[in-house]
Design a protein around this ligand. Structure first.
Ligand code: GTP
Ligand code: MG
Length: 215
């Protein structure tokens, strides 16, 4: 049975420029990644119920560092910079993608990566390539389709089918795909129960942690 998760506390821990600066990896961690402006920071705010916890912006390229948030004193959320933002210099783009690569491949306590994809557009090469690289490196992930409030059901479903078609070319079993809208509050429960259930089975939490988080 799926357990429900309540976010009782959510605090900003720190911003890091490199994995060596990230908080000690002693708690389970979930990170949000995807193209610039896809809605990563907004999603973190929706999940935690704190409108201004992660900084959001209408202009892409807002998040440039790895931002850690501690939830219920028991697990971390990490907000990552977006990939594929054209308006930064080549040097900075390489720096950012190196940082993302480093983080996703070597962060020991990263339990699951949430890969955000804009539900309004057909699958983009940059997203498919990124997902491919996760598969090759065996990084666990789920896909979140964002901004579903901004399009019709029909277009959303068409884009979803195209994405599934692309993925089935390489994946025997399709990755989990969750729909979300931070405007309508869609996806919050699904994502939080997934995290809660994964926390229970990840072997990270001790009995006293469980008592403290009220389960
Ligand atoms: P970077 O940090 O620049 O990579 O962007 P990000 O992926 O963190 O995106 P952010 O959360 O800053 O959101 C970008 C813009 O999309 C903001 O103007 C948000 O208000 C808007 N937005 C995010 N999610 C949704 C959604 O579900 N629905 C709608 N309508 N707008 C959204
Ligand atoms: Mg952001």
């Amino acid at each position: 049975m799926l357990r429900k998760m309540q976010v009782k506390s959510a605090t900003f821990v720190k911003s890091s420029q490199a994995i060596s600066q990230c908080p000690e990896g002693n708690l389970p961690e979930y990170a949000f990644i995807g193209r610039s402006n896809v809605g990563k920071s907004s999603l973190i705010n929706m999940l935690t119920g704190r409108r201004k916890l992660a900084r959001t912006s209408a202009t892409p390229g807002k998040t440039r560092l790895i931002n850690h948030f501690l939830i219920n004193d028991a697990w971390y959320l990490a907000d990552l910079p977006g990939y594929g933002y054209a308006k930064v210099s080549k040097k900075e783009r390489e720096l950012l993608s190196g940082m993302i690569r480093d983080y996703t491949l070597t962060r020991q306590n990263l339990i699951c990566l949430f890969v955000l994809i804009d539900s309004r557009i057909p699958p983009q090469k940059i997203d498919l390539d990124f997902i491919d690289s996760l598969g090759k490196n065996r990084v666990p992930f789920v896909i979140v389709l964002t901004k579903t409030d901004k399009i019709s059901q029909k277009i959303k479903n068409r884009n979803l089918e195209l994405l599934q078609e692309h993925l089935s070319a390489t994946w025997e079993e399709l990755p989990l795909i969750i729909e979300s809208s931070t405007v309508k509050g869609i996806g919050k429960e699904d994502i939080l129960s997934l995290i809660e259930n994964t926390n229970q089975t990840s072997g990270f939490l001790t009995d006293s942690d469980e008592k403290r988080s009220g389960n």
